[in-house]
Each structure stands twice: as C-alpha cells, then as structure tokens.
Design a binder for this molecule. Structure first.
Ligand code: GDP
Length: 304
C-alpha cells in the first residue's frame, strides 16, 4: 500500500470495499446503479457529484454493456472529472507557487480544522520543493496560535514574523511580513489567519483588511486564499466552504484529516458544489503528511 492509500484507509474501507462488492464480477445493471447511488451518497460524495456520476454511468449503460472492470474504470474517470473540473476552470495548473516572484497564500479556516498544522506542513513542503518561505503569524486572536505557529516554523526551518502583543493587528503583522519577504526575496509568504467562527463578520472584515494591505504593498504578488477543511466534518465542512467562498475570495481548498475520516468522499462534494480546486490534501499529523492534490493519484488510492 502506498502512503496515500494508508492515509485513506478509513475512507477506502467504506467506499471501496462496498463498491467493489457491488461491482462483483457481473456486468453492471440499472439495479447496481441504484445501490451505487446509495453508496456514493453515504460516502459524503454529495448529491450533485453523485447525480453526475450516476447519470453518466446510466447513459453509458444504455449504449453498451459494461463488465465490472470497465464499470470501475468508467467510475474512476467520472470521479477524476469531478475533482479536475474546478482545477481546469481555475486556469491554474501550478500546485506550488510560481518561481522568482512573491506568492502570498492566506490560510483560512475555522478553528480546529488543522489550519496551523497545514501552514507548517506547507512551509516545509515549500522548502523541500526548493522555494524560500516565510510565515506571518496573523492569527493573533488565539494566544496559543502564535506559539503554535512558531513551533511549526522551527520544525519546518522557516522564519516566523509575529507580534507577541495579545490581539495585535493582523494587518500590521502582514505589513511587516511583506516588508521582510521583499527584502529577503522570499518566494512564498504563508499567512495564518484567525479562525473563530462565532464572530464571522469580524473575521471577514479582518481578511478584507489583510487583503487591502497586500494589494497596497505587494500589488504584483500572486495571492491565493486557501480554505482548510476537515474531512471528518463531512457535509458540515461543505457548508463552511460555501459561506467562506462568498466573502473570502477563495482560490482553493486544502482537505485535512483524511486519515482520521471515513468521509474522504467529501472531496468530490466540495469540488462539485464550490467549484474550488483542491490544492493539497493532509492525511496525518506529521510534517510530511501533506501533498499536492492529484486527482488520478487520489482516485486510484481510493479505488485501488
Ligand atoms: P487549527 O485550530 O485549525 O489551527 O488546527 P490545528 O492545526 O491546531 O490542528 C488541530 C488538530 O488536528 C491537531 O491535533 C492536529 O495535529 C490535527 N491535524 C491536523 N491535520 C491533520 C491531519 O491531516 N490528520 C490528522 N490525523 N490530524 C490532523
């Protein structure tokens, strides 16, 4: 088993073993499709994506008989298509930042989803991929957050720009961090942002303020807002995505805790319902447990 397959073990169990059982050795029939539909829905694939898959399969079955192997291959193609569509629509093929220019990635998400961990893993992944990186600890609302970011910075070997004052202005930290990034010719500036949900409007205002500072100080920068979603939250994560997508100018999604969840199918729901490309996936607490998302690899790991 590959590391990714191991990480996806819990999702694989429900999703795949049942699926493969359904497919069995017999040709696919309309009845199998009904069961398949239930299975996909139960695996958090979501109504839209499930409809898309089932309709495509039904259409294909009207044209020809598919044996289980062909059926599985067709299913994989459909699953890939669903997660690839937003990536195509975004016009971006880059999984890592562009070289020799300043990239600023805002990491956003609700507390507890794995935002800080993801930021640390991203910093490390950037370094391992040959990019220079810097972290801005702009989640100043939670006292522990700055400390946590510093620990990840040390682990990753990436400097952290922070302000110890409680409730320091996140925009001011981003201001300092952009200055430092420019003088050091940093390629990737990762910005941790506050994730409290109770005061969502303030959070959005805070993000807007940070965006304004970036636009003023680094208009040339390639700015991304990556939403971190916790796979274990299933459909609940999806509604978070919808509400963030409206106001946070999101450019992509990172799905975390795929290892702790049987709900990896939510990746398909997120893609089809938000039209946001999945950029990275996390499947473990270790620093190396984050990888650029690759639809083929993901679907193969799920259905191998
Ligand atoms: P934040 O509040 O969103 O910044 O969340 P944290 O980064 O502090 O993470 C919350 C918890 O989730 C921590 O215990 C992390 O170790 C854990 N975590 C984060 N990502 C993953 C992952 O991909 N897999 C697993 N199993 N745990 C994770």
């Amino acid at each position: 088993l590959s590391r990714l397959q191991q990480g996806l073990e819990k999702t694989r169990k429900g999703f795949v073993t049942d699926l493969l059982d359904k497919f069995g050795d017999d040709p696919l029939t309309p009845e199998t499709l009904d069961e398949l539909e239930t299975l996909l829905l139960r695996s958090d694939v979501g109504v839209d994506a499930t409809d898309q898959i089932i309709n495509a399969l039904r259409k294909r079955l009207n044209e020809e008989v598919l044996d289980s192997k062909e059926g599985l291959r067709f299913l994989k193609e459909q699953l890939c298509k669903i997660v690839d569509q937003p990536i195509k629509n975004s016009g971006k093929t880059l999984l890592m930042p562009s070289e020799n220019s300043l990239n600023i990635w805002l990491i956003v998400g609700v507390n507890g989803v794995g935002k800080t961990t993801t930021l640390g893993k991203l910093a490390n992944l950037a370094l391992r991929s040959g990019f220079s990186a810097l972290i801005a600890a702009a989640d100043t609302f939670r006292a522990a957050a700055v400390e946590q970011v510093k620990v990840w910075g040390e682990r990753s070997g990436v400097s952290v720009v922070a302000n110890e004052t409680p409730n320091a202005d996140p925009a001011a930290i981003v201001f300092d961090a952009i200055g430092a990034a420019k003088s050091k010719k940093i390629e990737l500036l990762l910005v941790d942002t506050a994730g409290r949900l109770q005061t969502k409007n303030n959070l959005m205002e805070e993000l807007t303020k940070v965006r304004k500072i970036i636009d003023r100080l680094a208009p040339e920068a390639n700015v991304e807002s990556l939403l971190v979603l916790d796979a274990t939250q299933g459909q609940n994560g999806l509604s978070q995505a919808m509400s963030f997508a409206k106001s946070a100018n999101l450019t992509g999604v990172v799905i975390t805790k795929l290892d702790g969840s049987a709900r990896g199918g939510v990746a398909f729901a997120v893609s089809s319902q938000t039209n946001l490309p999945i950029r990275f996936i996390g499947a473990g607490e270790g620093i190396r447990d984050l990888r650029p998302f690759n639809s083929f690899e993901f679907v193969e790991a799920l259905l191998a």
